[in-house]
Design a protein around this ligand. Structure first.
Ligand code: GA4
Length: 316
C-alpha cells in the first residue's frame, strides 16, 4: 500500500498548450525517434542531442520481458508497507527529493550500481543486475554511435567513462502514485540530470515533459517498449555546449500509477569534465572552467532541483 503525505506543499503547474516547436519542425512529432538498427542512427543521434538533448530509441535490443520482470519486482516492492520500505534505509525515499528541501508526489529507490549489499529480495537483486548490464551495454552502444556521428576517435572516447570499475552509475526506480484530488501536481520537479546520459523506461502512464527551446513544456507520450534518452550536464560540457542537457519534469496522474526506471551514467569521481579537444574548432575556448565529476556532483547536491547548476561552472 502506498501512503504519501497530503499534496499540500507540492507545486502545481498549468497544463501546457501543444504547439509545434522549432525542434518539432525538424523532428515531426516533437520527440525525435531513432531506430538504433538504422544506418543513419549515428548522425540522427548527434542531431537530436544538439537540437533537443532528448530522443526516443527503438530497436534497442533490450528485451521487453526483462523490463517487465524488473517492473514487476518494483511494483511488488512499492506495494510493501512504509515501515518495510523504510528498512531499506539506503536508497528508499518518499516525497523528499535530494537534500535541499525539494518534494514531489513520488516514492523511489535510488541505487548506486556498484553497491553490492542491498537488503532486497534475491529475485529483485538478480533482475536488477541483469537490467543494469543491459543498460551499460545500451549506453555503450549509444555513446559509441554518438562519437561516430561527431566524427571523433577513438570510438569509445565517451563510452569508456561509464565502463570503468569506479564509474558513477545509478539506477532509479520511481513510483508516482495517482493523485485523484489534485490536477497538475508535480511528481518530480523540473531539472537537468548532472551525468553524461540518462536512459529512461516507463510504464504506459503519461507525465513526463521536456522543455523545448522556445520555453514550452512538451508532453512525452509514454511508450513501454522504447527507451527515452537525455543528454546530461556533463555531456553538454564535453561538447562545449553543442549538445543540450534538457530540462524535464514529471506531473502526477490523477488516475494511474506511473512507474519509471532510469539509468544514470556518470564517470568516475576523479574524472575531469571538460570539452573534448577533438571537438573544438581552431581558436575555440571552453565556455566552462575545469572541474571534476566529484566537484560537480558535490555542488549539485547543494543546489535546489530546478537550479541551473552549469552556470556556476561557466567562465565569466
Ligand atoms: C537529478 C537526476 C537523478 O535523479 C539524481 C537526482 C538527485 C537526487 O534525487 O538525489 C538530485 C538531482 C538529481 C539533481 C540536484 C540534486 C541531486 C536531487 C537534487 C536536488 C539521482 C542525480 O544524480 O541528480
Amino acid at each position: 500500500m502506498v501512503v504519501l503525505a497530503k499534496p499540500t506543499s507540492v507545486e502545481r503547474f498549468p497544463v501546457p498548450k501543444l504547439r509545434r516547436s522549432s525542434a518539432a519542425v525538424r523532428f515531426p512529432g516533437a520527440v525525435p525517434v531513432i531506430d538504433l538498427s538504422s544506418t543513419c542512427a549515428a548522425d540522427q543521434l548527434v542531431r537530436a542531442c544538439e537540437e533537443l538533448g532528448f530522443f526516443k530509441l527503438t530497436n534497442h535490443g533490450v528485451s521487453n520481458e526483462l523490463t517487465a520482470r524488473l517492473e514487476a519486482e518494483a511494483v511488488r516492492f512499492f506495494s510493501l508497507n512504509n515501515s518495510k520500505k523504510d528498512a531499506v534505509s539506503l536508497g528508499y525515499g518518499r516525497r523528499e527529493i535530494g537534500p535541499s528541501g525539494d518534494v514531489g508526489w513520488i516514492e523511489y529507490l535510488l541505487l548506486q550500481v556498484n553497491m553490492r549489499s542491498l537488503p532486497l529480495s534475491s529475485s529483485f537483486r538478480s533482475v536488477l543486475e541483469e537490467y543494469i548490464s543491459a543498460m551499460k551495454k545500451l549506453a555503450r552502444e549509444v555513446l559509441e554511435l554518438i562519437a561516430e556521428g561527431l566524427r571523433i576517435q577513438p570510438r569509445d572516447i565517451l563510452s569508456k567513462l561509464l565502463m570503468e570499475e569506479e564509474s558513477d552509475l545509478i539506477l532509479r526506480l520511481n513510483h508516482y502514485p495517482p493523485c485523484p484530488i489534485t490536477q497538475n501536481l508535480t511528481g518530480f520537479g523540473e531539472h537537468t540530470d548532472p551525468q553524461i546520459i540518462s536512459i529512461l523506461r516507463s510504464n504506459n502512464t503519461s507525465g513526463l515533459q521536456i522543455l523545448a527551446r522556445d520555453g514550452r513544456w512538451v508532453p512525452v507520450p509514454p511508450d513501454q517498449s522504447s527507451f527515452f534518452i537525455n543528454v546530461g550536464d556533463s555531456l553538454q560540457v564535453m561538447t562545449n555546449g553543442r549538445f543540450r542537457s534538457v530540462k524535464h519534469r514529471v506531473l502526477a496522474n490523477t488516475t494511474k500509477s506511473r512507474f519509471s526506471m532510469i539509468f544514470f551514467g556518470g564517470p568516475p569521481l576523479k574524472q575531469r569534465i571538460a570539452p573534448l579537444p577533438r571537438l573544438m574548432e581552431e581558436g575555440e575556448q571552453s565556455i566552462y572552467r575545469e572541474f571534476t565529476w566529484r566537484e560537480y556532483k558535490n555542488t549539485a547536491y547543494k543546489t535546489k532541483l530546478a537550479d541551473d547548476r552549469l552556470v556556476l561552472f561557466e567562465k565569466n
